[in-house]
Structures are given as structure tokens and as C-alpha cells.
Design a protein around this ligand. Structure first.
Ligand code: PBG
Length: 329
């Protein structure tokens, strides 16, 4: 650096002088098409039900879900990820409602596809936890442990009914070993070669899923630590990544997003498939709660977190703010 007397020779502040200058030199930009809206649909309700720990997010009725999908599409959002909330009475040990062609998630997939066609990418959560009476993501063995391979058979069937119901993309989120390969086979077997798999590749056992458990009326007691990853680990994610790609994942995801930006950056730099990140319920709730108390500027905080996730390497971001943010961009 050249020194001119005591004046600095380099002045990075020059590029920060005005909004127009800052806009021109910005390295990362959010676009509505980066965003995917996760949405909950609940069986047997006449009105949407507010989720206390996620102000502004509801359990949709079939009707309001269709409206939310159309609004997302009109705002330029790329996709919608559906989660079904069955009647409590329909939960059982095997999560049967999750593979019933008339189960709430399948009904909702058909509803939304009929509304948006191929213009909005319709994705389905492929996991048993919303449908099991014990709340685990898989079926249990005689000792009450989550049985990996018995669960895979359930996932295979689930993938097929979701594809039949119109899912463009299935999102296996249960972290069973071998799930991507089994699901790929199951889809190909029924001629659904075009249905893609968005693999939850690195899914950490996180405290930030708390509000989601309310959102889906989860029956879980205990935790998911025997299948979701330990927050302490990095290499484990790279191993999961290699396996998912080998098994045929079309896209990979890191979840949660904010506390795992290092993982996201590593995954993004080492793959040749699109990378998604899921800004989860607890990340949403923290900002909404702090903003309600006037402790944080809500809109700036939201954009800053999303920009951070994109900067770290995500091509797609699942966020409960998708429609609102897309409208504002
Ligand atoms: C499992 C699933 C969960 C989330 C998405 N898929 C819950 C969990 O693993 O406990 C969490 C999403 C969120 O917290 O926003 N079906």
C-alpha cells in the first residue's frame, strides 16, 4: 500500500458512500426465486389455526393452503414444501396416515397441484413423525428403538403415494441410512423417474425445531439424537453428503441454516448439485419474538439472515417468510 503522508492510501469506505454505490458493488443479492415456502395443512379444521410460537404462520385448511400457494407463486417464490397434520385419532405406530392416498398430505398435494400446475414446484416432506403416535420419524422395534430398515420400507411407500398425488420433489427428512437410494428405487419402479429428491443431507438434532413441534402437533417425547446429527460434527455431514449423492440425491439440504453456515459453506463448495438451506421454525421464532419486544428491527434482521444463508452458498432457501420477502424484493 502506498502511503501519502499520514493519509491512508486505500479507502474501502469510498464504495460505501451512497445507497446507489452500495447497491452496485453488492456481491450477493436475494431474488424471489431463491425462496421456498414451507407450509402446514391440517386435517378437519374449518378455519386456519394460529401457531403460538410462530406468529404469522398458521396450520392451513385445504382452502387457505391453496390460496397461500397461489400467493407464493404470484410473489415469485419458486416452491412450496408441504407438511401434513393429521387428526390425532389417525396417528398410529406405523404412521399409516402418511401412506394413505387419502391422507391429508396427499390430499393437499393434489389440491395444490391442481391450483398451480407446474408453475410452482410442489414439494412434500417425506417423514413419518407427523403421522406416528410416538412422534418418531420412523417405526420402532420391539425395544422401542427406531428401526432403520423397517422405516425404509415405509418411506418407499410414502414416496410413491406422494409422487402419485403430484409431488414434483420429495424431501426425505428422517435421516435414516439409505433413505435416498430406497426412495429413488421406489419412484423409478412406478415410472416416476422425473420426481426429484431433495435430500436432507445434513440435518442436525437441534433445539430450534421447538416451534415446529407445535406446528405439527408432534407427539414426540424424548429426542431424535439416534438419527439426527450431533451439532458438534462437521465430517459427519461430508460423509452424509457423499452417501446421498451416491444414492441419487438431485439436490441436497443443510438444516437448520443460521447456526450451521459453516456446514452450508463446506457442502456448497464441494458439490455439483443445487444446495438448499432450511431456515427453521426456531430461527423464525427468535426474530419474531425479539421484534415483538422492540429489541430488533424485524425486516432488516430477516433480510440479513437470508442474505447470510445465500452468501454461505445456498441456491435455495426454505423460509417461513418466503412470500413476504419475495413481495418486498
Ligand atoms: C421432520 C421435520 C422437522 C422439521 C422439518 N421436517 C422436525 C424435526 O426434525 O423434528 C423442522 C422444521 C422446522 O423446525 O421449521 N418431519
Amino acid at each position: 500500500m502506498t502511503e501519502y503522508g499520514s493519509f491512508p492510501g486505500a479507502r474501502p469506505r469510498r464504495l460505501r458512500t451512497t445507497p446507489a454505490m452500495r447497491r452496485m458493488v453488492a456481491e450477493t443479492r436475494l431474488h424471489p426465486a431463491d425462496l421456498i415456502l414451507p407450509a402446514f395443512v391440517r386435517e378437519g379444521i374449518g378455519e386456519p389455526v394460529e401457531i403460538g410460537s410462530m406468529p404469522g404462520v398458521v396450520q392451513h385448511t385445504r382452502d387457505t393452503l391453496k390460496k397461500a400457494a397461489v400467493e407464493a407463486l404470484e410473489a415469485g417464490v419458486s416452491g412450496i414444501m408441504l407438511f401434513g397434520v393429521p387428526d390425532d385419532a389417525k396417528k398410529d405406530a406405523l404412521g399409516t396416515a402418511g401412506t394413505d392416498p387419502d391422507g391429508i398430505l396427499q390430499v393437499a398435494l393434489r389440491d395444490v397441484r391442481a391450483e398451480v400446475g407446474d408453475d410452482l414446484i410442489v414439494m412434500s416432506d417425506l417423514c413419518l413423525d407427523e403421522f406416528t403416535d410416538h412422534g418418531h420419524c420412523g417405526v420402532l422395534d420391539a425395544e422401542g428403538r427406531v428401526d432403520n430398515d423397517a422405516t425404509l420400507e415405509r418411506y418407499a411407500e410414502m414416496a410413491q403415494v406422494q409422487a402419485d398425488a403430484g409431488a414434483h420433489v420429495v424431501g426425505p427428512s428422517g435421516m435414516m441410512d439409505g433413505q435416498v437410494g430406497v426412495i429413488r428405487d421406489a419412484l423409478d419402479t412406478i415410472g416416476k423417474e422425473d420426481v426429484s429428491i431433495l435430500a436432507y443431507t445434513a440435518k442436525y438434532s437441534s433445539a430450534f425445531y421447538g416451534p415446529f413441534r407445535e406446528a405439527v402437533g408432534s407427539s414426540l417425547t424424548g429426542d431424535r439424537k439416534t438419527y439426527q446429527q450431533d451439532p458438534a460434527n462437521v465430517r459427519e455431514s461430508l460423509r452424509e453428503l457423499a452417501l446421498d449423492l451416491e444414492e441419487g440425491a438431485d439436490m441436497v439440504m443443510v438444516k437448520p441454516a443460521g447456526p450451521y453456515l459453516d456446514i452450508l459453506a463446506k457442502v456448497a463448495e464441494s458439490v455439483d448439485v443445487p444446495v438448499a438451506a432450511y431456515q427453521i421454525s426456531g430461527e423464525y421464532a427468535m426474530i419474531e419474538a425479539a421484534a415483538q419486544r422492540g429489541w430488533i428491527e424485524r425486516d432488516r434482521a430477516i433480510l440479513e439472515t437470508l442474505l447470510g444463508i445465500k452468501r454461505a452458498g445456498a441456491n435455495m432457501i426454505l423460509t417461513y417468510w418466503a412470500t413476504e420477502v419475495a413481495r418486498g424484493l
